[in-house]
Design a protein around this ligand. Structure first.
Ligand SMILES: Nc1ncnc2c1ncn2[C@@H]1O[C@H](COP(=O)(O)OP(=O)(O)OP(=O)(O)O)[C@@H](O)[C@H]1O
Length: 322
């Protein structure tokens, strides 16, 4: 649905060049929620704004729903942008307009007749569960309600793609969870493809099907979450499942979906080993238990025990071993 190839963006700033995107390739499949994670300055906002061409890339191509965005005329681009909604960290609502007026705004720009516009606004406000706030002004709303208005407005043109620019960063954890729940529901009910940028691991964990990590304008890893978590050396896995520091010889076992099996007791029963648990971190991601366990194995059966774990499809990493 979204394909970025060889994307480069260089800003000229007071005679100095800043490379914000340095050869980004990214594929977001239709109907998925894709999260781009990265620290401040990594290039996330620039990447997102290149998708709808709010920012024009210096080089590379941007395909959205089969169209090459950089080759469109300004009229074609305006139309193409109707198929790409966007929500923002600070909501970007018009304070002088009511909730209904904010949602109606893009419909007015599109030239939708008044009666149809009113119908559509009511439908959109119902969709985000704000039907009773149509006449309220943004200043009278909570942060979560403001973001729901932002989402309703972004969906006015019935987009296939929603871009989310740190949409929950200004919200408390409970409100964040409800907004992420809403995005997930819209993704499922409308088949909406969602590309979100965030610096919060929690967002990726709770709502994304796939993710990418960005650093200094580059994608350092990307893919569907289970595959990414099962990749040896994955940075995402380390951040998702933090563990106490490893000492040489310690064993880290990564589970992707097998976390409900009694692996530790099996090891002790089947092999001549003692298992000392150093730490563990488990989460349910996409309905599947995933996580990491760090242990110390002692006893003559350690090598056989490790081979057994690997045979079972678990990712096993021995600290200090090549
Ligand atoms: N309009 C601009 N002019 C010059 N430099 C810019 C501009 N926009 C962004 N940059 C620079 O490009 C780099 C990437 O910025 P970007 O905002 O995309 O990162 P980010 O990961 O979204 O960070 P944050 O979460 O802090 O917004 C940074 O070094 C930033 O200073």
């Amino acid at each position: 649905m979204i394909r970025l190839s060889g994307l480069r963006k260089v800003y000229g700033s007071r005679g100095r060049e800043v490379v914000a995107l340095d050869g980004v390739d990214l594929h977001v499949r239709e109907g998925e929620v894709f999260g781009v994670l990265g620290r401040s300055g990594a290039g996330k906002s620039t990447l997102l704004r290149c998708v709808n061409l709010l920012e024009r890339p210096t080089a590379g191509t941007v395909h959205v729903d089969g169209r090459e965005m950089t080759s469109l005329s300004s009229g074609e681009l305006r139309l193409a942008r109707q198929g790409i909604g966007m929500i923002h960290q600070h909501f970007a609502l018009l304070s002088s307009r009511t909730v209904a007026g904010n949602v109606a705004f893009p419909l007015e720009v599109m030239g939708v007749p008044a009666a149809e516009r009113d119908r559509r606004v009511a439908e959109l406000l119902d969709l985000v569960e704000l039907g009773d706030k149509a006449g309220a002004y943004p200043a009278q709303l909570s942060g979560g309600q403001k973001q729901r208005v932002g989402i309703a407005r972004a969906l006015a043109g019935r987009p296939k793609v929603l871009l989310s620019d740190e949409a929950t960063s200004a919200l408390d954890p409970q409100t964040t969870a409800s907004i992420l729940g809403l995005l997930r529901r819209l993704n499922r009910e409308l088949g909406l493809t969602v590309l979100l940028i965030t610096h919060e691991m929690n967002v990726v964990k709770s709502v994304c099907d796939s993710a990418a990590i960005m650093r200094e304008g580059r994608i350092v890893e990307s893919g569907e979450l289970p595959a990414l978590i099962a990749t040896p050396g994955s940075e995402l896995t380390r951040e998702l499942f933090p563990l106490p520091e490893a000492a040489p010889g310690m064993v880290t076992i990564t589970f992707v979906g097998q976390a409900d099996e009694p692996v530790v007791s099996e090891l002790v029963r089947k092999f001549d080993v003692d298992v000392n648990i150093i730490g563990g971190s488990l989460e349910t991601i996409g309905g599947r238990p995933m996580g990491r366990l760090r242990v110390e194995l002692t006893g003559g059966g350690s090598a056989d025990a490790l081979a057994y774990l690997r045979d079972r499809g678990l990712l096993v990493d021995v600290e200090g071993a090549a």
